[in-house]
Design a binder for this molecule. Structure first.
Ligand SMILES: CC(C)(COP(=O)(O)OP(=O)(O)OC[C@H]1O[C@@H](n2cnc3c(N)ncnc32)[C@H](O)[C@@H]1OP(=O)(O)O)[C@@H](O)C(=O)NCCC(=O)NCCS
Length: 183
């Protein structure tokens, strides 16, 4: 689905727009994913090589799917025409879990620590409420201090430890499981 765009001012004075990605953003978003996965792959779920090989046409199809579905959206943060942050939100589809949703996000290092993550999370939470969701869940690696700080700041509660949840650079790493029940 398409969210209503919002202009935001970061604490360092930079102005960005939060909006839905459209199929026309495929190349811009791929560039963002290649950058963030090169910078932060240990916090994410794919290698840089995966995104290097991903084609614009494949990405266009994924973004068209996000745009046309009623239970998911792809939020991007745009600075000076460049996508510098992305947050995917997907409602679960099976009958008994369709009031729950999952998310994943990445921000380029030059924008980390600027409050952008906080802005994107609050935007996503408000949007999820408007869409009628009751619960959001996510996982974060146990060493990802910025992610943990951000999720707890916006009201996510740690509900578990997922042992050996990912295998990265020849070793297993643990993740925390978080959830937020929406008012
Ligand atoms: C995790 C991530 C989304 C956080 O976004 P961000 O824009 O840096 O977050 P914010 O600037 O809004 O900061 C949120 C809080 O975390 C704190 N924080 C930010 N970076 C931190 C760090 N490296 N260590 C500890 N705390 C940190 C901030 O101080 C802020 O708390 P405060 O408002 O009480 O001061 C971003 O760092 C990122 O995309 N990293 C790479 C990919 C990734 O980890 N994705 C998430 C996978 S689960």
């Amino acid at each position: 689905m398409k969210v209503i765009p919002k202009k935001i001012n970061l604490k360092d004075g930079r102005n960005l727009t939060l909006r839905s990605a459209t199929p026309g953003d495929a190349e811009n978003l791929l560039r963002h994913l290649r950058i963030t996965h090169a910078e932060s792959y240990k916090n994410l779920n794919q290698s840089t090589a995966y995104w290097q090989e991903f084609t614009t046409i494949e990405e266009e199809k994924i973004l068209a799917g996000f745009e046309s579905a009623s239970e998911k959206f792809m939020l991007v943060a745009v600075y000076d025409g460049r996508i510098v942050g992305g947050l995917g939100f997907w409602g679960y589809q099976s009958e008994f879990v369709k009031r729950s949703a999952g998310i994943g996000m990445s921000i380029q290092k030059e924008f980390c620590g600027s409050g952008l993550g906080t802005e994107m999370m609050y935007f996503m939470i408000n949007q999820a409420k408007q869409m009628g969701f009751h619960r959001i869940d996510l996982t974060v690696r146990t060493y990802n201090e910025a992610g943990i700080k951000l999720y707890e700041k916006v009201g996510f509660e740690r509900v578990g430890l997922l042992k050996d949840a990912a295998f990265i650079d020849e070793e297993y790493v643990n993740e925390y499981s978080y959830q937020k029940i929406l008012d």
